[in-house]
Design a binder for this molecule. Sequence first.
Ligand code: HEC
Length: 627
Amino acid sequence: MRLTGVLATVAGLLLAASTVLAQPPSTAPPARPAVTPKPGYVVPPENSAGLYPVSGEPIFKAKCAQCHEPAVGRAPTKDLLAARAPEEVYDALTIGAMKPMAAGLSEAELYGVTRFITGKSPVPNAPPVADTNLCKTNGPLQPNGPQWNGWGRDVANSRYQPKPGFAAADIPKLKVKWAFAYPGTKNTEPLIFGDRVFVASMSGKLYSLDTKTGCVHWRYDWRGSARASMSIGPLKAAPSGWALYLGDDRMFVHAFDAASGKELWKVVVGDHKVGRITGSPALYQGVLYVPLSASEESQGNVAAYNCCTFIGTVVAVSATDGKILWTRPILDEKPHATRKNPAGTQMYGPAGGAIWSAPTIDAKAGQLYVATGDSYTEVEHPTSDAVLAMDLKTGKIRWANQVLKEDNFMSGTVNGPLGTRGPDFDFGSAPNLVTLPGGKSLVITGNKSSVVYAMDPATGKTVWETPKLGQGSALGGVEWGPATDGKTFYAAIADPPGRGRPGLVALDVTNGKELWRVDAPKGLPCNVPSGRCSPGLSQAVTVVPGAVFAGAQDGRLRAYSAIDGKVLWEWDTTTPQDTVNGVKAAPGGSLDMGGPTIAGGMMFVHSGYNGSAGASNLLLAFTVDGK
Ligand code: HEC
């Protein structure tokens, strides 16, 4: 909006505000705007739909409710405002008609009230800034080059790289070759495709970088954010013949030409107010299997929120044109009205079972596996905290194995009793499909209770389960994902300090027997700029022949011997770096979510997560001797 426009609107509003009572009530509701991605350079404190520190409810009551609840005159009702994009509300408060009403609110309060109204945090619009290190040449893609494509590198989600391009013996010599700084609080796992590495973050920027130098081949800006890993697949309609697929935090799936970044199509795959894509869409034979999650659990301290209506869902999307092939919620029962909370707000259920991780494809059985999170309400939810098998063609649920019942969890207590309040033992990790010696297979995965389960792919029955490997908690236990080389299963334990047993555990895939375990060292200095440090290993694990890589929330990345867990190498990713895009002494931060990706003699990892970073996050590229 141009300044003159803003002034004109403010003047108009002041007029409107002084005459509100004389106005006839508005009949035509404002049209629901399309959530159009716009370019934007974004450094919000937290622009995801996730937890946000300032509650907007008291702000709304104090500064907005007198005109919007009930709506007076021309003012839209709160429900109509709720249907708007968070950016529109944010813009109205910062550069638009409501600027006078929002005078004096801090940035965090603006986010809080916007989030309270729309259920999402906004991505503010600021002018895009050109990249300083554009590549001088943009050669063709190298589809036959080294790859780490998708979340787990293969559709079985092994997170095993058989051809890392460096020998285990050279791991102690890994050094930073280059670092790239960018805004954003959470990141997608770096995707390696020939000589390109693709990364996006919650900043609403997607980059194609050169693996050798970190120069920028292209950048795509959109008013959105992403942390789900991307995939590349062949596509005739793409000028280069290859499409890059991204699922974002607003439930949009995008397809880009992988060579140029031109957007080919985009589709919104869900309509829940606070729905999002956190787990990586799995690309298999021309279909993207997209897992949906939501931040409804963090509305638990909002008394006016109609808690809760989100059900974990998988959506199958044609990779050719974005057509939705099927949508399968993990539960047939639809959320229905239940009781009123102490504030008188209508409550709903069942709800929950978000799918936080990538689906796993079992080509032989023609099915996929997803693992789900907790239930949000006291209404029985038989597929929360479960592993499910779905038919690839139809989405039909073939089996579900719920490992914990009545894990009813909300971040706040304003909704009153939830029946049995659970410990929040989500499955946050993608299931690993492991083929055992002899040909039988197992679906193996761990949850935040710190237990690892192996299930029969045909029936879903638990074949073995470990005792608790740590203490487990809402942010402990097995968080983002184990890895396996087919013989050994490596599970990282994220237990916080003083509560449990953070570390790395190696299990025999055939029976779950513990082969070795290494506890994370405690009491190390905290170099994460935010001061938020934990020795817990929350980030997804990556395995190469002879070694296992696991990152800690205190920023330390380690390589362990696959045989006995001996630490082969350690690097503190918070070590300040002069970046290839011109930031001096940029510190990294916590290691979390997406793990290191390795191919072609290079290893990429993000440092910085969800506020546990400095002004920017770092993408670090490692090679042997930094060559
Ligand atoms: C004095 C009354 C009043 C107060 C206080 C008020 N609003 Fe409004 N608001 C209005 C009116 C009237 C409109 C319709 C303006 C129009 O149509 O030009 C409006 C419109 C809006 C819109 C839509 C803007 C657009 O460009 O279409 C948003 C968003 C909004 N208000 C949010 C808020 C928030 C958030 C607060 C509290 C920080 C707030 N309002 C406080 C009266 C008010």
